[in-house]
Write a protein that binds this ligand. Structure first.
Ligand code: ACM
Length: 468
């Protein structure tokens, strides 16, 4: 029977009591008016289980904690025991440190089927993460059907070939790739996530990272440089959306459709990596941000958008540096800390020669666990909304690769996002993860990276990476 010391993420407080309780068929759920948002208090005594919950999220999290106390088999898709489970008696009082505990999933570079997205939601929800930033559009693919502009997915949803690994050469795999979600698919994803206390923040990237859209509708793009094709390279494309009024209007229509599907307060407009950005590009971002604000939403943009003047209040994803987050906070924006050097999970996990397609910075499990989202020099009178890990997918061409990149580092990140930093100690975390949490991931069927390196079938010999 797992004890309270096996829980992940670590709760605010636990008070073990002697004895155990046969797992009741019903949990007595009560309103916990005294609890902070998303908080819960789980009381387990020999007569039963009482769950006090601040709100629906708190109830969900209390049930996740209970699931961990039952044991790894509680994470299987069906029960495999006929006898009655027992759980330890005691009390858990808990609420998250940050209200934005996010993970970005890039479904533009490599399409993930709807079933794979639903599964990913299950996995992040089991870790008490609560935001899925769904990166739906990029140079290499457009994944959301827009009824007014069918070519976005008919043309922009497909590319003829892909770069394998990361290199400067002309070689491509010669295999078409693509896919997209209908409004019905996305409404299903949103509703499924909501049942698991996860908000889906959709991302439509403007004015860069838009070559798939330009291929579908060349009038959105530059006057020269065509004919376009959905990009078969990785990297930063210099082909940007033009800044004509008709192009901005086109994207107003796109975003209106997005707003109709996604109830999230935050709606992401990208804004990152715009080579040679001009005041006109800043205006484009500002006008879309205002459009979202006028419709009662909060635009989310990557920190490059801070170069634009007169932005409405936004959520800024501080990815280039921690200093950008401080600047955003000083300018009155909300801040989600997601620095590339710290929490990009597509980046390589070790220096081992067998590490598959090693790109980016070396970020070990221990590095992720040691990440502190509030920088020491962050303005004392400001707070951050939270933190977000990124699963970019240029080099994750199937769901098994996503599992490998994300886990167990995302388990470590979940504790960073949920738990208080006091007493955080990797020497305590590692055996808790290894002995108690990896068996939960095994039950869930997650093909995580083993702690001592990849399984042979997880390696990609001969596929070039690009370590930094
Ligand atoms: C980003 O990594 N371009 C936000």
């Amino acid at each position: 029977m797992p004890g309270f010391d096996t829980l992940l993420p670590r709760p605010v407080s636990v008070e073990p009591l002697p004895g155990h309780c046969p797992l009741p068929s019903e949990v007595d759920v009560r309103t916990g008016a005294d609890l902070p948002a998303e908080g819960y208090r789980l009381e387990i005594d020999p007569s039963g289980v009482t769950l006090h919950a601040a709100d629906a999220a708190g109830e969900f999290y209390g049930r996740q904690t209970l699931r961990q106390l039952i044991g790894p088999d509680a994470f299987r898709a069906a029960s495999i025991h006929s006898g009655q489970a027992v759980i330890p008696c005691g009390m858990v009082t808990d609420h998250p440190r940050f209200s934005w505990r996010g993970c970005l999933l890039d479904v533009a570079r490599h399409f993930r089927t709807k079933a794979e997205v639903l599964r990913f939601i299950d996995l992040i929800a089991a870790h008490k993460l609560n935001v899925l930033n769904l990166h739906l559009t990029d140079d290499q693919g457009w994944r959301i059907e827009i009824p007014e502009f069918p070519k976005l997915t008919e043309v922009g949803g497909w590319r003829k070939s892909s770069m394998v690994g990361r290199h400067d050469g002309p070689e491509r795999d010669g295999r078409p790739h693509g896919g997209f979600y209908t409004a019905g698919d996305l409404r299903e994803i949103v509703a499924y996530a909501a049942e698991r206390a996860v908000t889906v923040v959709p991302e439509i990237d403007i004015p860069g990272h838009a070559r798939a859209a330009i291929t579908a509708y060349p009038e959105l793009g530059p006057e020269t440089g065509g004919p376009w094709e959905v990009w078969t390279s990785w990297g930063i494309s210099t082909s940007l959306l033009n800044t004509e009024k008709s192009t901005v209007d086109f994207f107003r229509t796109v975003f209106d459709h997005v707003l109709d599907i996604f109830p999230s307060q935050a709606i992401a407009l990208g804004g990152d990596e715009v080579p040679g950005a001009t005041e006109e590009h800043h205006r484009f971002v500002r006008e879309i941000a205002q459009h979202l604000t006028e419709r009662g939403r909060r635009p989310f943009g990557w920190d490059e958008v801070l170069e634009a003047a007169d932005l409405p209040k936004m959520v800024i994803g501080s990815w280039q540096s921690e200093a950008a987050g401080a600047r955003a906070a000083a300018a009155g924006h909300d801040v989600v800390m997601c620095p590339e050097e710290r929490v990009y999970l597509d980046h390589r996990q070790s220096d081992h020669p067998d590490e598959p397609i090693p790109v980016g910075y070396l970020r070990t499990l221990e590095d992720i666990y040691g990440y502190e989202p509030v920088p020491a020099d962050f303005p004392a009178d400001r707070t951050i909304l939270g933190t977000q890990a990124q699963v970019w997918a240029e080099h994750l061409d199937n769901v098994r690769r996503v599992d490998y990149a994300a886990f167990p580092r995302l388990s470590a990140f979940a504790e960073v996002a949920w738990s208080r930093p006091e007493g955080r100690d990797y020497a305590e975390f590692l055996p808790r993860l290894r002995d108690h949490h990896l068996p939960r991931l095994d039950s869930l069927g997650v093909e995580y990276r083993p702690l001592d390196g990849p399984h042979p079938w997880q390696t990609r010999p001969g596929v070039p990476g690009r370590p930094r």
